[in-house]
Design a protein around this ligand. Structure first.
Ligand code: CDT
Length: 328
């Protein structure tokens, strides 16, 4: 059996601080048409796709901050994306900064949506793992202030049955956490979409800068393999307002293999015919959760947040060589 969903991963190159949304939407529409021409059922764009990645700057003027957020989806500037979806009969997912009024207050989330081939929003996800810091590190030219500008997502990790499969979403830093994929895997996710904005350099903790591309793929490949799901990772790439963002957008098979990968750090579409039934192999064997998971042994994962190493030195359970001389 085959259940093919042809996916386009639409990597975006840089977007300037003052570039209007209409210019970005134009680029996105061009890629959507190219995706349709390449036979895609679904196109996936990056995190915060509609503007520059503004959390790099410390800002205090709330009006300036809010200018990077969408108050409605679709709004007048994003409506053409939905209209083109409907016209072409293609699904899409993209990330944006969301401003909403909930529980009687204004709230800010780093959000992505899933839109089906009839241009209906069928899924929404608000980023849960917010990286960076909330304090002003003005000694660095570029900061990472997601903890200042966004609240932790309050919708959990959802999965939706749509477009012939079970689809999940997460956003950027979420991809580094095995819990993300496992919660989606436990809902039977067969294809996980995620966008990212990942700098090649973290000025306040540069120790792993040289491994940024490796870690990007490592976490998506392991998430795909361990949960037997397709993973579509899509970058905002290139030199954007002084931030050097990695590319490496890719489509990962349930085997953990990268089957398509971008080769530039500009607008670039990569596509692959994803057979969702491939995800079934390991869901029914190695990673047959019903047969092989042992949740009674996993309590710490939800009961505890920080690591708690043993307080005491280990005591011997047995001393088979008691009395013999140990080497210094
Ligand atoms: N956007 C995003 O989540 N980026 C982070 C980099 C954070 S650097 C402090 C990532 O995990 O790729």
């Amino acid at each position: 059996m085959t259940r093919i969903v042809t996916v386009g991963a639409a990597q975006l190159g840089p977007t300037g601080r003052h570039e209007p949304r209409s210019a970005v939407v134009k680029r996105m529409l061009e890629m959507m048409r190219a995706a349709k021409a390449a036979g895609c059922d679904l196109i996936v764009y990056p995190e915060v796709a509609l503007t520059t990645f503004f959390p790099r700057w410390w800002m205090e003027d709330q009006a300036e901050i809010d200018s990077f957020f969408e108050r409605e989806m679709p709004g007048p500037e994003t409506l053409p994306l939905f209209e083109e979806c409907l016209k072409l009969g293609i699904g899409m997912s993209f990330g944006y900064a969301e401003l909403t009024e909930e529980e009687g207050r204004i709230r800010h989330f780093n959000t992505s949506i899933l839109v089906d081939k009839k241009a209906r929003i069928v899924g929404k996800y608000r980023k849960i793992h917010l990286p960076g810091h909330a304090d002003n590190r003005s000694q660095f030219e570029l900061q990472h202030l997601e903890k200042r500008y966004f609240e932790t997502g309050n919708l959990g990790f959802g999965a939706w049955r749509t477009m012939g499969g079970v689809m999940g979403m997460c956003i950027c830093n979420d991809r580094r956490w095995p819990e993300t994929y496992r919660v989606l895997g436990l809902q039977g996710a067969e294809l996980i979409m995620l966008g990212y904005n990942t700098p090649t350099n973290i000025p306040w903790e540069p120790i792993y800068d040289h491994l940024t591309d490796f870690h990007n793929h490592l976490c998506m490949q392991s998430g795909a393999y361990q949960n037997s799901t397709w993973v579509v990772g899509v970058a905002k790439a290139g030199l954007e307002e002084g931030s050097d963002f990695i590319g490496g957008s890719c489509i990962v098979a349930p085997s953990g293999e990268i089957v398509a990968m971008a080769s530039t750090r500009a607008d670039e579409l990569i596509t692959f015919r994803c057979d969702l039934d491939l995800a079934r192999h390991n869901k029914e064997t190695m990673f047959n959760f019903a047969l092989n998971r042992e949740p009674q042994a996993y309590g710490r994962i939800v009961e505890q947040k920080a690591a708690e190493p043993p307080a005491e030195e280990a005591q011997p359970i047995a001393e088979p060589l008691a009395g013999k001389q140990a080497a210094e």
